[in-house]
Write a protein that binds this ligand. Structure first.
Ligand code: HEM
Length: 108
């Protein structure tokens, strides 16, 4: 399936209530997502994670494409006890595209 960054930017509208990306991004309800693809879970400086997310990262959970897909599809099902209050994306295409969009922002 082809990745579509522009479509991913539109999907990211669903995330913006809680997350920022790009230059001048700050932690809000959720952590900054710059550089998230490939990063260890629960490791953005200054963000207060749930114990479940912090432990998952310490235990080695990496946000590669497979794990991000699972989490974004079904946040609560993927990681019990995490505090992201989001129902999940319903379509594979939305997941693939939003990950492509996130990949376009390096860690800073
Ligand atoms: C955590 C992505 C929607 C609140 C995360 C993480 C990712 C992510 C990748 C893990 C971050 C890390 O380990 O550093 C997304 C995407 C969304 C979305 C792509 C839209 C498709 C939302 C919404 C909210 C939210 C709408 C608020 C209602 C949070 C919170 C955490 C989090 C509070 C921390 C979870 C914890 O510590 O247990 N999100 N998110 N997210 N997100 Fe989202």
């Amino acid at each position: 399936q082809a990745q579509d960054i522009a479509a991913g930017e539109k999907v990211f509208a669903k995330c913006k209530a809680c997350h920022m990306v790009g230059e001048n991004a700050k932690n809000r309800v959720g952590p900054i997502l710059n550089g998230i693809v490939g990063r260890a879970a629960g490791t953005v400086d200054g963000f207060k994670y749930s114990p479940a997310m912090a432990k998952a990262g310490a235990d080695g959970l990496l946000w590669d494409e497979a794990n991000l897909s699972g989490y974004l599809r079904d946040p609560k099902g993927f990681l019990k006890g995490n505090k992201m209050a989001f129902a999940g994306l319903k379509k594979d295409e939305e997941v693939v595209d939003v990950i492509a969009y996130l990949e376009s922002f390096d860690a800073d």
